[in-house]
Design a protein around this ligand. Structure first.
Ligand code: SF4
Length: 264
């Protein structure tokens, strides 16, 4: 089997054998729009098969595995949003890593980017543990929720515009279902920043006509109903960025400390 069957006992698996499966973009629109709770939505996200190339690739990776993980079962399914169901802070990333989220079934879990992210979230009081290694490891987000713009691991971490757009209704619905509690949204990287805007609009946010440019530490404000919601930009803690020093632990901590302050 090239993926974990829904409801077969994987820790935190939101789906069951009968969870409806999206097979194309129209199904994603319908099933996302009809989801009434975060639990129902994440279950449906986690069994989606709407992008044929991504489905093939994520399952091939899960079959072949990386040598160092050869004895492990890979999740091999879309990786849904994870964390607090009534978050004050949302963190939006790009997509799961092939041998990270695609292996562990939890976003930013089991890869180098996640090591940097969760260490910072722990230092700033937003995560219970400093590491996030596997589903069922006791990790817990505190008032925060992490999600990706695209839910399936893409080759070379580069989803196509069509795949980004096909996945967007899942993101928009998740943003809408947690909007009442959301005070701050952190975009990790330019891809997430660009993907987030149409999803925010679809989720019912009022946005300025011109989209602010992405830059580390940049802040802007949008509104949901009468309430302001702060958007923060943060460089993605990818290996390329952390190796080269473009992103440091201090830079991540500054963004998440600021998010925690704004969310009070
Ligand atoms: S990328 Fe999104 S829309 Fe495409 S198959 Fe994965 S979960 Fe479904």
């Amino acid at each position: 089997m090239s993926f974990v069957p829904p409801g077969s006992g994987w820790p935190g698996d939101p789906a069951a054998p009968g969870t409806p499966v999206a097979h194309d973009a129209a199904d994603v629109v319908r099933l996302a729009g009809e989801s009434r709770t975060v639990a129902e939505l994440t279950a449906r996200e986690s069994v989606c098969r709407a992008c044929p190339s991504l489905v093939k690739w994520r399952e091939e990776v899960a079959d072949v595995k990386r040598k160092s993980f050869a004895d492990q079962t890979y999740w091999g399914r879309p990786v849904p949003g994870w964390g607090d169901d009534e978050p004050r802070i949302l963190i939006v990333g790009l997509a799961p890593a092939a041998h990270g989220g695609n292996r562990t079934g939890r976003i930013f879990t089991g890869d180098r980017s996640g090591d940097w992210l969760f260490a910072s979230l722990h230092r700033t009081g937003l995560a219970a543990q400093e590491t996030s290694t596997h589903a069922g490891d006791g990790q817990r987000l505190i008032g925060a929720r992490v999600m990706a713009a695209v839910r399936c691991a893409p080759p070379a971490n580069k989803p196509t515009p069509q795949e980004r757009d096909t996945c967007s209704p899942w993101l928009a619905r998740e943003l809408a279902l947690v909007a009442e509690s959301t005070r701050v949204i952190v975009a990790l990287g330019g891809f997430a920043w660009q993907a987030m805007w149409p999803a925010l609009r679809a989720a019912g946010y009022a946005l300025p006509r011109s989209r602010p440019r992405f830059g580390h530490g940049e802040e802007s404000v949008v509104s949901y109903g009468e309430r302001p919601v702060h958007l923060l930009c943060c460089y993605h803690p990818s290996q390329q960025n952390t190796f080269t020093g473009r992103v440091t632990a201090e830079m991540l901590d500054a963004v998440f400390s600021r998010a925690a302050t704004l969310a009070l």
